[in-house]
Every structure is written in C-alpha cells, then in structure tokens.
Ligand binder design. Structure first.
Ligand code: URA
Length: 235
C-alpha cells in the first residue's frame, strides 16, 4: 500500500461530510458543485489500492461469511448470493434478497427485475462492472417471501462490512425491505424515496424496487427522478 493511500479515504470522508452538512442546511463553507467535483477526483484512488487502503476487503468478508448456516434460509438455498461489482464502486445498489434465478446461479439481480435494474444502471451512464450490487439477505427466502427480522439481523452485518469495504459515495436502496433495514425505520418506501438519507455517513437514496416497477410501470418516472439525484451527486 502506498504511504499516501489514507489520503484518499480522508478526502472521501470529508466530501461525504460536506455533502451531508450541505443537505442539512448548514452554510459557511465551500460545498459548491465545483468544489465537490474536485474532492471527487482527489478522493478516487487508482485501482488496485482503492480496494484495500487499510479497510477490510470484500474477500475477507466473503471468507468470514463462509458456507453460512446462521439462519434458516441456509436450509432451502442453492447458492449464497454474496454480491458483485467493483470494490471501488461509487454507487452501491442494495436489494432485498435473492429470488429464484439469483439462487440458481449465485449472482444478484439476474432475473426479470435484474434486467430492468441493468437498464436503469445503463440509463445512468454506468455499467454493472463499475457499480456494486448487494442484498439485505444473501440467501433466497422460500417462495420469495420477505426476509424475517431474525434473518436480516444475522445477515445485515455482512452487507454493512461490504459497504465499509467499498465506502461508496452513494447507496441506492431498492424497495421497502432494503430502505427500512439500512435506515432502521418503519416509514413506507413511498415516503422515504425522493430524498437522501444517511447510512454511516454515506448518502442513501431509497427508490422503488425494480420488481415493483415491473408490476407498476407508471412508477418508472419516480425512479428516474431518484436516480437522477444520484447522478447529480456523482457529477
Ligand atoms: N430482487 C432482489 O431484491 N435482489 C436480487 O438479487 C434479485 C431480485
């Protein structure tokens, strides 16, 4: 690791803090678009250093997770879906949990909802290789039921460690389960979406889940508005 590597981390933390203060209405410091853009550039280390920089690696989290039997979901799963994408991602998308297709192949968001998510990512000018996709629970709940609180309690610490390892600029929480678990709230997704919240100093934009969009295509406009706010933050 180069001697100056921690600088990147500090700069990204400062940038996230400035964004947070600005959104909270604080003034008296430079959080202009131009200033934040400079911090964006200064805070992005060239790979491969971005993955490590004194932080835990995704590989270490995955090793620790192992062949997990911490909750009952292990009994019916085919594959653990750990998550995938860039360890240096600026954006992390967080879903609810694997469905039928994801359980079969061990990759997140590969079914119909996943194809729509891939389109949303492309419309944002990004690719699945440059972002990261994870889930609140890593094993498929039987019959695609919602994960139980105990299953979330066992699994969420691993997602939190993945988020700490990646340290993205912004998180997009897909759907009610993801938004409520990350933000520790019971507030409905319809009231959470459309504005930034915060998880561990990282801005979180909740939006509707792609599976919900497949059933309610008229909600696509709201999702587009939400992801445009993310794109603006990344400018
Ligand atoms: N829905 C989710 O929430 N996550 C997946 O990985 C697939 C579908």
């Amino acid at each position: 690791m180069p001697a100056d590597a921690p600088h990147y981390q500090i700069i990204r933390d400062i940038r996230n803090a400035l964004c947070y203060l600005k959104r909270s209405g604080c003034t008296g410091f430079d959080a202009s678009e131009a200033g934040l853009k400079i911090l964006n550039q200064l805070g992005l280390p060239p790979p491969p250093y971005g993955a490590t920089m004194g932080r835990e690696t995704l590989e270490a989290v995955c090793t620790d997770l192992g062949d997990c039997t911490r909750c009952v979901l292990c009994e019916s799963r085919t594959h653990i879906v750990f998550g995938e994408g860039s360890p240096n991602a600026q954006v992390v998308f967080v879903g609810e949990g694997p469905g039928f297709d994801e359980d079969k192949c061990g990759r997140p968001f590969v079914g119909k909802a996943g194809q729509l998510l891939t389109k949303i990512i492309a419309a944002m000018g990004l690719t699945r290789e440059t972002i990261y996709i994870g889930n609140i629970v890593k094993c498929r709940p039987p019959n695609n039921r919602n994960p139980e609180p105990e299953e979330i309690r066992q699994c969420l610490p691993f997602l939190k460690r993945q988020l700490a390892a990646i340290n993205p600029h912004v998180i997009c929480a897909l759907g009610s389960v993801a938004a409520r678990a990350l933000l520790e709230t019971e507030t409905p997704i319809s009231r959470l979406r459309g504005r930034f919240h915060e998880f561990s100093g990282i801005p979180v934009m909740p939006t509707f889940h792609p599976a919900f969009l497949l059933r309610n295509p008229e909600k696509k406009r709201e999702v587009w508005e939400d992801v445009q706010q993310i794109m603006k933050m990344l400018e």
